[in-house]
Design a protein around this ligand. Structure first.
Ligand code: 26W
Length: 803
């Protein structure tokens, strides 16, 4: 059946038979077959949602880090196995075929990948929920390594046709920038007219989001910016209008040109702000239009729609919804405000000060004059509310205001304008309530809630590790696929030696697969009997890749001092992109690659330590590394990592966590028990305490620990580099700038924890028992659990029954 249709598709689309078709044509033919299958369901789902008049949720996000969809879609339509079989029998290399799909890299890291996992869970749980984002022409940059340095290249992911999108020309809306606002009276009512604005056409491209073996196909709607054709009339004889038009066209198309590559770092770039408003305005106009078509009036909006904003990036949704309700729908302020604050919900993903968005007041005023007026009004009313209703907070008004000292605080706007404010792990939510957002918690205690992050076990176990998935199913049945919490049924097998062996065999196979992949691609050889120690995430000071490399440099020193050093060989695997302007992060990358060059070739260390820095870390690469990992590095400075989600993916694939008491590590430890995780380092309370009292002295640690001195002095004595200034940035950040991320402070604890890792790994049966225990508890971290909690506790939406 599949085979016949596949042959037919190759013939009708490309005029080719299986033996002549290129890998790309094979990929496209399969995609087209999937499309035939899912577009019917898609249409049917939309019809059912309309007719059932269900409440729907819209997840607004500047980022959706989808990766590839081919395997996911095959799995979800139930064709994964048969497709693989047919390709293999036909002598086609499935890996090569699937790799024809370019990763959709429309995100930076955790926040964007979380959005993608949520979409998968929404559809798989039959929940009526959709994504709204931007169709960036260029996704996150491609990282090339040149002489050990990161070089950024544009990611033109749309070079070949993107198989999963459909342009919906007829749903285009207009978004307006700049201009001025005229205020006038009409029948005793104050009215506002926006004039002289620049017009931008927002055109949606829809991507179907397929539920796991059910009838539901939801929508990810990505907006693209185009110029209006009728914006200018070319009349003037000297051609000025024409040049004007070209300028205008270029400035408009810029809006959806590229994804900003900053992760947890705010840059006040005007184009980024335009992107945010573009997403919000196009998304909302479309949502309201659809709502009115189905429900005929606007006043029941909160009963039928919830809007979740992914961090503050789309927080202009608050004043934009107010604008539409006031100016277009003619509602009064109080009514509009009640609707807005019952519709919008906000998720916070970071407490880092440098990541909090604060736009210059005049930027907002110039770009969106009407929106600015509305924000001013919201601010004034909010400040009054504090003054009259919370007199004890009067002294804090300036700190809590939405607009103060020439800046607009987006987190304040988001909190004031939404009915729910959630953090992404227990510890993170506690920190929000007790520290970062404390005064807001005093005013709106009922709004704060926690939703610990999750990951889709369909992609991150079933799809990337079919060997492990089938071993699990043959042991406990396949109920865990629908109900991932059932993975707990593996617990009785943790001590079972034949199950341990089977788990060890799967891990070995995945390590060999990964080794073969990097050998084929980069010519790098790695020892598959070594421990695969994996640190994969964005490169950032707080994530402390530096602590990892310092430990490696220390191990190297031990190897040089003692040729018989007893240690299990280790392969240290890094994957990380640094923001292009983040010099410290780039310096750390160079340190890792410089250390790799020296240590990997030194006879004193090369049989024990191997460092691999993988180029261009992205979703598809993560899918190859994670199943092969033994150790999961989650070593952020306590309090700084809101949750982490790589920790969950690695645990689900049997890696043991080596981590600090931070983010979701805390909950992983709670689940698996302290004996099944390696933890170390300062607690978040200790970090706060040092910060408040200013009592940390990095130099004292340096002076008192010979191991640290040895490692650090190597940075500035041409040990790893031709000159002695290459790593001075790192050296000074630790000693002169007092080690903001407590790398030196946690060094000792980390070394000790690493020794324990080594000792434990030597006792394979004990290691495997821990590994199985981790897999068994990983069901809690399925995004199905997370999304169900959002659905029940925030959105008030329910699974649908399809007609
Ligand atoms: C405006 C610049 C900017 C860009 C991105 C500021 C902040 C961000 C994101 C909030 C950064 C991010 O991805 N945060 C991560 O979100 C994940 C999903 O909740 C968490 O698991 C990570 O801990 C958090 O770092």
């Amino acid at each position: 059946m599949f085979l016949t249709e596949f042959r037919e598709k190759l013939t009708t689309s490309f005029g080719k038979s299986m033996k002549d078709a290129t890998d790309k044509e094979v990929f496209q033919a399969i995609s087209l077959m999937i499309k035939d299958e899912i577009y019917r369901k898609w249409q049917h789902t939309q019809k059912s949602y309309q007719e059932g008049q269900y409440k729907q949720v819209y997840y607004l996000s500047m980022e959706f880090l989808l990766g590839r969809l081919i395997e996911n879609n095959l799995l979800n339509v139930g064709w994964f196995d048969v497709c693989k079989e047919v390709l293999m029998e036909s002598g086609l290399n499935t890996d090569k075929v699937f790799s024809q799909e370019h990763d959709a890299g429309l995100g930076n890291g955790g926040l964007g990948r979380l959005a993608a996992c949520f979409l998968d869970s929404l559809a798989s749980l039959k929940l009526p929920g959709h994504g709204v984002g931007i169709r960036y022409k260029y996704g996150l940059f491609q990282q090339k390594m040149v002489n050990g340095y990161q070089v950024e290249l544009p990611d033109y992911w749309l070079k070949d046709e993107y198989m999963w999108e459909t342009k919906r020309e007829e749903e285009a809306v207009e978004v307006r920038f700049g201009g001025t606002v005229e205020v006038y009276y009409e029948e005793d009512n104050l009215r506002f007219k926006h004039v002289d604005y620049e017009r931008v056409r927002a055109v949606p491209y829809d991507v179907p989001i397929v539920g796991y073996q059910n009838e539901v196909v939801n929508t990810l709607r990505l907006w693209s910016a185009e110029s209006m054709n009728n914006h200018f009339h070319f009349q003037s004889p000297n051609g000025h209008d024409y040049y004007h038009y070209l300028d205008y066209k270029r400035s408009v198309e810029q809006i959806s040109e590229f994804l900003y590559p900053d992760d947890s770092f705010y840059e006040g770039k005007i184009l980024r702000l335009k992107q945010q408003y573009f997403l919000v305005s196009a998304g909302l106009q479309n949502i309201i239009k659809k709502h009115k078509q189905t429900h005929h009036h606007i006043k029941n909006l909160p009963n039928k729609i919830a809007i979740q904003i992914n961090d503050t990036h789309p927080s202009l949704v608050v004043p934009e919804l107010m604008r539409l309700l006031l100016d277009d729908e003619g509602l009064g302020w109080d009514e509009a405000w009640a609707i807005t604050t019952s519709t919008v919900a906000y998720t916070n993903h970071t407490t880092l000060n440098e990541a909090l968005e604060k736009w210059p007041e005049n930027m907002i005023r110039d770009l969106f004059p009407r929106i600015y007026m509305i924000i001013e009004e919201i601010n004034e009313r909010f400040c009054k509310q504090i003054w009259y209703e919370h007199p004890s907070l009067r002294d804090s008004i300036a700190q809590m205001a939405i607009i103060s000292y020439g800046t607009v605080h987006m987190a304040h706007l988001a909190m004031v304008g939404s009915f729910s404010i959630n953090g992404v792990a227990k510890l993170h939510t506690t920190i929000l309530k007790k520290q970062v957002m404390k005064p807001f918690y005093q005013i709106f205690p009922e709004r704060f809630n926690n939703k610990t992050n999750g990951i889709t076990h369909r992609r991150w176990l079933l799809n990337v590790n079919p060997e492990l998935a089938s071993l699990i199913s043959s042991t406990i049945g396949n109920g865990w696929i629908q109900e991932p919490k059932k993975l707990i049924q593996l617990l009785p097998f943790a001590n079972d030696s034949s199950f341990q062996n089977a788990i060890a065999n799967v891990k070995q196979k995945k390590k060999e697969d990964f080794a073969a992949y990097i050998h084929g691609k980069y010519g790098i050889v790695i020892d598959t009997t070594s421990i695969f120690d994996v640190h994969i995430k964005r490169l950032h000071g707080y994530k402390r890749q530096l602590l990892n490399i310092f430990h490696i440099l220390h191990l190297y020193q031990l190897c040089r001092e003692n040729p018989n050093l007893p240690m299990t060989p280790r392969t240290f695997i890094f994957g990380a992109k640094a923001a292009p302007g983040y010099h410290f992060a780039k310096n750390v990358i160079k340190l890792i690659t410089a250390a790799a060059e020296k240590i990997n070739s030194d006879p004193a260390s090369r049989d024990k330590i191997k460092i691999v820095f993988l180029e261009n870390y992205n979703v598809s690469l993560a899918e190859r590394i994670i199943p092969a990992a033994d150790v999961s590095e989650q070593i952020s400075t306590a309090s700084k990592e809101a949750s982490g989600t790589g920790n969950m993916k690695l645990m689900m694939n049997g890696a043991l966590t080596l981590g600090t008491h931070d983010g979701a590590n805390v909950e992983i430890k709670e689940m698996v028990g302290p004996e099944n995780i390696f933890t170390f380092g300062l607690t978040s309370e200790e970090v706060f305490d040092y910060q408040e009292k200013g009592t940390y002295r990095a130099r004292d640690v340096y002076n008192s620990d010979q191991r640290i001195r040895t490692v650090m002095d190597q940075l500035v004595t041409r040990f790893f580099s031709k000159d002695d200034v290459e790593f001075k940035h790192i050296y000074y950040s630790l000693l002169k700038r007092n080690d903001e991320f407590f790398v030196l402070k946690d060094f000792d604890g980390y070394v000790e924890a690493q020794q324990l890792v080594d000792q434990t790994y030597r006792q394979q049966s004990i290691w495997l028992k821990k590994s199985i225990t981790n897999i068994a508890h990983s069901g809690k971290f399925s995004s199905d659990r997370t999304v169900s909690q959002y659905a029940n506790e925030i959105w008030g939406i329910h699974p649908v029954t399809m007609s």
